[in-house]
Design a protein around this ligand. Structure first.
Ligand code: FES
Length: 84
């Protein structure tokens, strides 16, 4: 993701009911909240009036992308170890 797109998504509200931005969600994910329920407990996303109907799909997609990036990083690290 380009840095400009990254910056926009950091400031964009993902959970509109609780006014939680994409940046806040990414920070919580990086700090170890790796499921929607963990994020709900940590930063209260999905606890607004819509009961996560609007934000849950977007947050789960964000989690999926993050987990895939972790898998890719692990594979690259293990393949570089194999080449040594
Ligand atoms: S948008 Fe997140 S709880 Fe409504």
């Amino acid at each position: 993701m380009s840095s400009q797109k990254q910056m926009i998504s950091n400031f964009k509200k993902v959970c509109i009911c609780r006014s939680v931005t994409g940046g806040t969600i990414m920070k919580a994910i990086r700090e170890g909240s790796l499921s929607f329920e963990a994020l709900r407990r940590a930063i209260r996303v999905g606890t607004g009036n819509c009961k996560a109907k609007r934000c849950r799909p977007k947050i789960e997609a964000q989690l999926q992308v993050y987990k895939q990036s972790l898998d890719t990083a692990e594979k690259e690290a293990s393949s570089s170890k194999a080449n040594v």
